[in-house]
Design a protein around this ligand. Structure first.
Ligand code: UDP
Ligand code: MG
Length: 330
């Protein structure tokens, strides 16, 4: 057969023992119906504390097309996706969650879109059934705020389920920031993306690894990682308040000249002090977010530390922290 394309399927997993085998079987069923591609799974065990790695190993012992990477601890989904991309070598690369919330049945359509000339094809959730009200409201708010403030446009409902060409993967790996925000990275690199809508599916088993706190942190990180607009906002606020203060001083001076010394208002003074105090602290907080980014990035720590793999470590792509990673798996 001529021109069989290799497809790597990257699956980040953290404590997914309940669903991993089901995921593999369901996905494999879909893959069996697709001709002309050679599929390989790259499971990334993100420091799971349960039997996730053992299940990966069991799957790998039964099938040649199952590879796994296992981290020394939990580094987060972003790191897991990055490691998978780095070790991938397929002509096309897919990323999807282990919990079957990203329907594998969409893979054939996605591959078709890539055949039609798109550089990547990604899924977009059009409903949020099974998600709490508060979470959906905040999520919508985040997209609105991000698209106003940030230089990268995020598609509402976009999830980390996509298939992309090697060219796109290399572009993503070219952005080697340690604190990663994939939704922003995929938008920033450009290329033609086809968005496929789908209805949200509830997790069959297990629970989400996201707490409300971690989502808020993720949202702040998302905005500050791709935009300096909040910093400009602080400057703008400073100018606006100074202009207001200047006008207020002139008016007070004129009034004093005309009607003599006025008794200063207690409420006015207190309000001004509190208001300014709030603005100053918020501004320091915003500055702090950026200094935090600089601090974390300047250490140039590895994005993940690999402990075990059945992939050949010599195969992995990319340059950063190459030596450390190789040493760690020997
Ligand atoms: N995940 C991961 N590392 C983490 C948290 C999650 O690799 O620290 C994986 C998880 O196993 C799953 C995917 O990321 O395959 C999505 O996680 P989850 O279902 O908890 O997120 P949600 O679907 O609620 O956004
Ligand atoms: Mg999920």
């Amino acid at each position: 057969m001529l021109n069989i394309k290799k497809v790597d399927i990257i699956v980040p997993c953290y404590n997914e023992e309940d669903v991993l085998e089901l995921f593999y079987n369901e996905t494999q069923k879909v893959l069996n119906t697709i001709d002309g591609y050679d599929f390989r799974f790259i499971f990334v065990d993100d420091g799971s504390k349960d039997q996730t790695l053992s299940i990966m190993k069991a799957l790998a012992s039964k099938s040649d097309n199952v590879k796994y990477l296992s981290f020394s601890r939990n580094f987060g989904k972003e790191s897991a996706m990055y490691a998978g991309l780095k070790f991938s070598s397929g002509d096309l690369v897919a990323i999807l969650d282990a919990d079957l919330q990203h329907p594998p049945s969409m893979i054939p359509t996605m591959l078709n879109e890539l055949e039609n000339g798109y550089d990547s094809c990604a899924a977009r959730r059009i409903s949020r059934t099974g998600e709490s009200r508060v979470r959906s409201v905040f999520s919508r708010l985040f997209y609105k705020l991000n698209n106003k403030l940030s230089d990268v446009e995020l598609v509402s409902g976009a999830v980390d389920f996509r298939i992309m060409t090697r060219q796109v993967v290399d572009a993503v790996l070219g952005l080697c920031e340690v604190q990663r925000f994939s939704k922003g990275i995929f938008s920033w690199i450009g290329f033609e993306t086809k968005w496929l809508p789908y209805e949200n599916i509830e997790r069959p088993v297990g629970v989400t690894k996201w707490s409300f706190n971690s989502l808020v942190k993720y949202a702040i990180h998302g905005i500050t990682a791709f935009s300096t607009a909040p910093l400009r906002l602080v400057t703008g606020m400073g100018f606006l308040i100074s202009a207001f203060a200047f006008v207020y001083i002139i008016i007070t001076l004129i009034k004093t000249f005309i009607t003599g010394i006025d008794v200063p208002g207690y409420v006015t003074t207190l309000s001004a002090v509190l208001f300014m105090g709030g603005i100053v602290v918020i501004s320091i907080g915003i500055l702090g977010e950026y200094i935090g980014h600089i601090f974390m990035e300047s250490k140039n720590r590895p994005i993940y530390i690999l402990k075990q793999t059945n992939l050949n470590p010599q195969n992995f792509r990319g340059t950063d922290n190459e030596q450390t990673e190789r040493k760690n798996i020997q």
